[in-house]
Design a protein around this ligand. Structure first.
Ligand SMILES: C[S@@+](CC[C@H](N)C(=O)[O-])C[C@H]1O[C@@H](n2cnc3c(N)ncnc32)[C@H](O)[C@@H]1O
Length: 263
């Protein structure tokens, strides 16, 4: 059964402005600002075999952890596209503080709407595709923007059940996700676009651990968060994190890491 919630880009922007205020309290060191921890970012980079000096696009670059890491450690030329102004500001601050402005550009815009430059060696995206209303359209844009034999790799939430329950719809609504694709659904879209799949992994167990860690950090910081941003801010962040965690623990949703190549 398919479902699709109507979610405006402005709602996604509002969600991340509020959510990021709370989540940023987790990081004393802004280079650690990765949605699923630095470990997950490094793993995607290793598996994708990114090389020094490559031209990379990061879709939904968020607070900039991945773009900064690639520029600093691989001297990559990186473009990040990001919908939320608050996230763009945070990423630009990080990039300036790391003296990486010559290698990184953050574009404020909606990846579903804006044109992508051409000639990328790699296109990466972490925890973003679940927000897209038309995932196929963005995947096609990725294909067209990559060089021949370029690599597209992403991690994101997936649907793991055929029955769409109220709980799934409620949590998707909280997380401003119009719908979740299945891992096989992604594989089908990628193949029909012209990509050949190099690796397709279900990483639900890893993701559960990240969300458990996040939930524990939230609880530990409760007093600080409430005194700085109020009870509602804490409750909303907590509802979002524990909601995804609950869906994953019940195996209603999960997580994938997919790496594919433009033939
Ligand atoms: C869960 S965060 C992930 C951020 C970053 N990739 C990371 O792993 O830390 C999802 C990000 O996707 C961005 N996003 C959602 N929809 C988008 C769109 N249509 N275009 C560009 N960015 C989008 C959000 O604003 C948010 O910063």
């Amino acid at each position: 059964m398919k479902f699709k919630l109507k979610i405006e880009p402005s709602t996604i922007d509002l969600f991340y402005s509020a959510h990021w205020k709370v989540m940023s309290m987790f990081f004393d060191d802004p280079t650690q600002a990765h949605t699923n921890e630095l470990k997950a970012t490094k793993e995607l980079i290793d598996k994708t075999e990114i090389f020094k000096g490559a031209k990379v696009l990061d879709i939904g670059s968020g607070p900039g952890g991945l773009v900064a890491y690639l520029a600093k450690n691989y001297q990559c030329h990186v473009i990040g596209i990001e919908l939320s102004k608050v996230m763009c500001d945070s990423a630009r601050k990080l990039i300036e503080s790391q003296n990486l402005t010559n290698l990184v550009e953050i574009i404020h815009g909606d990846a579903q709407k804006i044109e992508f430059e051409k000639g990328f060696n790699f296109i990466l995206s972490m925890e973003v595709f679940s927000h897209f209303d038309d995932k196929e359209k963005v995947i096609r844009k990725c294909f067209n923007s990559l060089k021949s034999r370029g690599i597209f790799a992403f991690t994101d939430s997936i649907l793991k059940t055929k029955e769409i329950t109220k709980e799934i719809k409620d949590i998707c609504s909280v997380w401003v996700s119009p719908y979740l694709e299945t891992i096989d659904g992604y594989a089908q879209i990628l193949k029909s676009t012209g990509f050949s799949i190099i690796k397709k992994e279900d990483i639900t167990n890893e993701a559960i651990q990240y969300y458990r860690n996040r939930n524990n950090k939230l609880k530990a910081l409760k007093e600080k968060i409430v005194s700085k941003y109020g009870e509602d801010a804490f409750n909303n962040a907590s509802k979002a994190v524990s909601g995804w965690l609950s869906l994953m623990e019940k195996r209603l949703s999960g997580h994938c890491r997919i790496i594919c190549k433009k033939a």
